[in-house]
Design a protein around this ligand. Structure first.
Ligand code: AMP
Length: 213
């Protein structure tokens, strides 16, 4: 199963991808997580990407496509994968198409998660991530037992640098302008599954499973 998740930042892509990983036993490929790992390890790629990420801007397509090309050739991707946060632009989608045809692969479903902007702002400003195991919480919708600590590993919870009001607004603007046209792009291929991403995490999960099974 090869899945692609499209939705605004804070739209629940990462949360639902984690369920899909368990359900289909395929890896989640999150370009945001890959970039953050590079930033944390101060790689050349991380140092280049950081300036864009901090400003809520998109990292250049060529950097992203290179990263994805390497990742999709890993052995754990043979039975499928979940693309989370990629593609985000039409050139990235075109690049993915070329890559898939080289590999004799195709995307089975594009899951389109629709969330109103005001809910995004509430979700992102209350999002907290664990500094050790990367588990993501929401102080309102999916709170940890202790506000500052991870339930899993006792790691410290932090607010992502790009989850501040100005950067959130910038990321939303880019989503509407640059990423949303991908919905039409994939609609033309007839593989879109539209999900109203406003219910509980469990309701959204069941909706996705019913549409792709
Ligand atoms: P995310 O964790 O998916 O919200 O991504 C965090 C940040 O990483 C984004 O605001 C971008 O700066 C960068 N990023 C992640 N994925 C991509 C992508 N496919 N194309 C360009 N930039 C990306």
């Amino acid at each position: 199963m090869r899945l692609l998740l499209i939705g605004p930042p804070g739209g629940g892509k990462g949360t639902q991808a984690k369920f899909l990983v368990k359900n289909f036993e395929i890896p989640q490929i999150s370009t945001g997580d890959m970039l953050r790992a590079n930033v944390n390890n101060s790689t050349d790629l991380g140092q280049e990407a950081q300036k864009y990420m901090k400003a809520g801007k998109l990292v250049p397509d060529s950097v992203i496509l290179n990263m994805i090309k390497n990742r999709l050739s890993d052995e754990d991707c043979l039975n499928g994968y979940i693309l989370d946060g990629f593609p985000r632009t039409i050139p990235q989608a075109d690049g993915l198409n070329s890559l898939l045809s080289e590999m004799n692969q195709a995307i089975d479903h594009v899951i389109v998660m629709d969330v109103p902007d005001d809910l995004i702002i509430t979700r992102l400003s209350n999002r907290r991530s664990c500094n050790k195991c990367n588990r993501v919480y929401n102080l309102i919708f999916d709170p940890p037992k202790n506000t500052n600590k991870c339930d899993n590993c006792d790691g410290k919870l932090f607010l992502r640098e790009d989850d501040n009001p100005d950067t959130i607004q910038q990321r939303l603007n880019i989503y509407h302008k640059v990423t949303k046209p991908l919905i039409k792009y994939y609609n033309n291929m007839g593989i879109n599954k539209n999900i109203q991403s406003q219910g509980t995490i469990e309701e959204i999960k069941l909706d996705i499973l019913s549409k792709i099974s």
